[in-house]
Design a protein around this ligand. Sequence first.
Ligand code: SF4
Length: 233
Amino acid sequence: METEISEIFSSIQGEGPYLGVKQIFVRFGRCNMHCGYCDELEKMKEGNFAVYSMDRVLTAIDDFEKEKGSHHSVALTGGEPLFYTPFVAGLLSRLKEKGTTTYLETNGTLPGQLKEVIRWCDIIAMDLKPPSSTGDRDFTREHEEFLKIALEKEVFVKVVVTPKTVLSEIRDCIRIVKNVNAKLPFIFQPLSGPFGIDTDSLKLVENQFFAEAQKELLDVRVIPQMHKIWGVR
Ligand code: SF4
């Protein structure tokens, strides 16, 4: 079995409640979405990926463990890992056989595919995608269905806030989480880059969105996209 891999590397997790842990990242090539702020869009347009066999991916992971010491977990990221579900199911099951902690980074729009791999996932980092920040259609129904399935494991949700994000969309995101479980960690990610945190996005969170989320949810946080500020992958 083969798949399209953009890169495999060892780095520090730059987002969410696992901010700062060392992980091996397996970045899959393509995605079912086309978010305006995506770092990977150019590669996706060009189809600029390497073809990896299962053994080659597992060997690369082993090599990083030997070279860089132990890691907290292996993060499957993208692109969208669930775009490659048969390969991801095989990879996750092999990683669990070795006792590795698995961490799935996903846009949370492919619930049927999640069902096929969830038994081998330990941690699910799910993005909620407001249409104004992605330029894509509304995925509320898929997000809610996805989150209900993900509840079987450890899961938290992240929402990227850009200057274009509007309160009605944030209310939709809050409703999705409240309908499933109001205790789940709900993390605002103001748009970030090598310039730091986008101040307009941060102000929206501080002045409007955080308080709105706290009315309905029990674990609301704001964590910037630190890998972009640190300038690491
Ligand atoms: S869901 Fe993630 S990987 Fe896919 S286009 Fe959007 S930002 Fe990029």
